[in-house]
Write a protein that binds this ligand. Structure first.
Ligand SMILES: CC(C)(COP(=O)(O)OP(=O)(O)OC[C@H]1O[C@@H](n2cnc3c(N)ncnc32)[C@H](O)[C@@H]1OP(=O)(O)O)[C@@H](O)C(=O)NCCC(=O)NCCS
Length: 136
């Protein structure tokens, strides 16, 4: 399996983190209980090895016709996408949902819990991710 070296992102859910066992109880406990909060607080950085291909659901395109915008239809469509993502995760496993958000839609996805992976690339599409733990 090809693996890549990656900076630990406290906004992601890492499958296996809670079961991590290197044989050292103190390090195991840190990885299980404290790593996420310590990185989030900015008091440490961490690096992980990940499979090069991470299974996730990718949302390619979403659009609501102009005359129906602002009626919660986009949100409803996303609820269906969340359902499909959960089913896929149960069947084959998934880290979460990935999409490339158009500049005007970044706020829409942020309100649904997605995070920008590389900052806002506006006017270009911005990669965004929602870990399975955030899929309602
Ligand atoms: C983005 C899009 C799908 C949203 O659909 P919509 O039906 O108008 O959105 P909704 O009415 O479901 O809005 C749901 C919530 O998101 C908010 N919202 C909608 N569009 C938003 C935007 N562009 N930025 C920030 N918030 C937005 C709404 O205010 C609403 O908030 P609330 O739940 O607090 O009331 C629609 O505007 C669209 O088709 N845009 C053009 C195509 C596009 O950019 N698609 C995304 C490509 S990745």
């Amino acid at each position: 399996m090809t693996i890549v070296f990656s900076k630990y992102d406290p906004n992601l859910t890492y499958a296996g983190q809670k079961k991590f066992d290197c044989g050292n109880a103190a390090i195991n406990k840190f990885a299980h209980d404290s790593l996420k909060s310590q990185v989030r607080k900015g008091v440490c950085v961490a690096y992980v090895l990940l499979p090069k291909q991470i299974p996730c659901t990718r949302l390619i395109m979403l659009g609501v016709d102009n005359q129906y915008k602002g009626r919660n239809l986009g949100k409803q469509l996303m609820k269906e996408a969340f359902k499909a993502t959960k089913l896929a995760a149960q069947a084959v496993g998934s880290f979460g949902m990935y999409l490339d958000a158009d500049a005007e839609a970044v706020g829409f996805y942020e309100a649904l819990g997605f995070s920008l992976l590389e900052g806002n690339k506006s006017p270009n599409p911005s990669p965004m991710f929602l870990p399975m733990s955030g899929v309602p």
